[in-house]
Ligand binder design. Structure first.
Ligand SMILES: Cc1ncc(COP(=O)(O)O)c(C=O)c1O
Length: 388
């Protein structure tokens, strides 16, 4: 639509064919049909035309193609949030009587979605990420989907994607990998056998705490099925957020590289601190996930880590309250370093009895390392530990 050449000569936005450096933000809800032949080509899928925002939008479509390229996918569907993306996947590919395998160590809101899915007749088994090696025992003939995060949220456990794909193959189940923590800078789940990759693009892909979006990347065939659901239920991203996401993508690899190098330095420093316990960062040589993370991740190990502070939640609260550079907030993958206590934030989606069954303690913190100068982050951690 905004390319050079004869077609754009007719375009009032680019009358001389000069391509704008930024994809224009098209706020239009609806589009004039040039003639009935164009209408036919659009409805027959012959051209990437636009008719109505719930169906498609050129600003959104431009970003979809960029994320597809980042993930090595044939295409990508973008929608209003990471959870909208996950729910689109569930609604598109599950039906009553299907069996879905989920992991406790997955972003908390999945628990709420799982209650809805159960109401619709989907059978769900919840496993601990540490049990992913025993998946064969849990796959049944009606298992049609396995959904994983790796590294997991919040404990940064590592799941072997290729091994899960082998287990999924026993019943022909679809493997879906949430790649939000790893990002495509470090991990390509599709190349490791996953059928679909989902993202909270709210996080590192956007990267600036200023937009909410979700993305699903995979084959063209799956794109068509996901598009059907998105069009039906109306969760297409707005054009302004798509434009912010496109801008975030321009610096994505630079930010991801810096987050990972900062995070490794932070993890190495924290490891020597007596007030820090159960540190999980897949880039540390003695992390339980190291063997697998070395195999399936590259360019480093991302910006996320989890650890316990002191002996109690009061210790963790004292530590966080003393921080001056690092920001006490949820979300992750941003330019700023962010810290939160999952037990008090992301775990609130779960009933109290489920919050600690897979390893989160009341004093566990999740740290998302940003792109600040590393000295500032380390100095801040050091002075705040004195408060514990
Ligand atoms: C790994 C992961 N997946 C999905 C989501 C949901 O994303 P959103 O908040 O954009 O709906 C989150 C949110 O924190 C997340 O951390």
């Amino acid at each position: 639509m905004y390319g050079c050449g004869a077609e754009s000569m007719n375009d009032p936005l680019t009358p001389y064919g000069n391509r704008p450096m930024v994809t224009p933000i098209v706020h239009a809800v609806n589009y004039e049909y040039r003639d009935f032949e164009v209408l036919r080509k659009i409805t027959d899928g012959e051209i990437d035309g636009y008719t109505y925002h719930r169906d498609d939008n050129p600003t959104v479509r431009a970003v979809e193609k960029k994320i597809a390229a980042l993930e090595g996918a044939e295409d990508c569907v973008i929608c209003t949030s990471g959870m909208a993306a996950c729910t689109l996947v569930y609604l598109t590919f599950l039906k009553a009587g299907d069996h879905l395998i989920l992991f406790h160590d997955t972003y908390g809101a999945h628990y709420k979605v799982s209650l809805i899915l159960e109401r619709l007749g989907v059978e769900i088994t919840w496993l601990d990420a540490d049990k992913s090696g025993e998946l064969d025992r849990y796959v049944k003939p009606n298992t049609t989907m396995i959904f994983i995060e790796t590294p997991t949220n919040p404990l940064c456990k590592i799941i072997d994607i290729a091994a899960v794909r082998r287990a999924a193959g026993r019943s022909g189940a679809r493997l879906v990998v949430d790649n939000t923590f790893a990002t495509p800078f470090h991990q390509h789940p599709l190349a490791l056998g996953a059928h679909l990759v989902v993202h909270s693009a709210t996080k590192a892909l956007g990267g600036h705490n200023d937009l909410m979006a979700g993305a699903i990347a995979g084959s063209k065939e799956d794109y068509d099925k996901l598009w059907f659901t998105r069009q039906a239920i109306g969760s297409t991203l707005d054009a302004y957020s798509a434009s912010l996401l496109e801008r975030g993508l321009k610096t994505f690899s630079l930010r991801a590289e810096r987050m990972a190098s900062n995070a490794l330095a932070v993890a190495q420093w924290l490891r020597g601190q007596p007030k820090i316990g159960r540190l999980r960062y897949p880039g540390l040589p003695d992390d339980p996930g190291t063997a697998v993370s070395h195999r399936q991740m590259r360019n480093g190990y991302g910006g996320l880590m989890a650890f316990d502070i002191g002996q109690s939640q009061e210790d963790a609260k004292r530590f966080i309250s003393a921080l001056r550079v690092i920001v006490h907030a949820v979300s992750l993958g941003a330019t700023e370093t962010l810290i939160c206590i999952p037990y008090l934030t992301t775990m609130l989606y779960l009933p109290p009895e489920r919050r600690t069954i897979f390893g989160v303690n009341p004093n566990t913190v999740r740290l998302s390392v940003g792109i600040e100068p590393i000295e500032r982050i380390l100095e801040d951690l050091n002075q705040a530990l004195n408060a514990v």
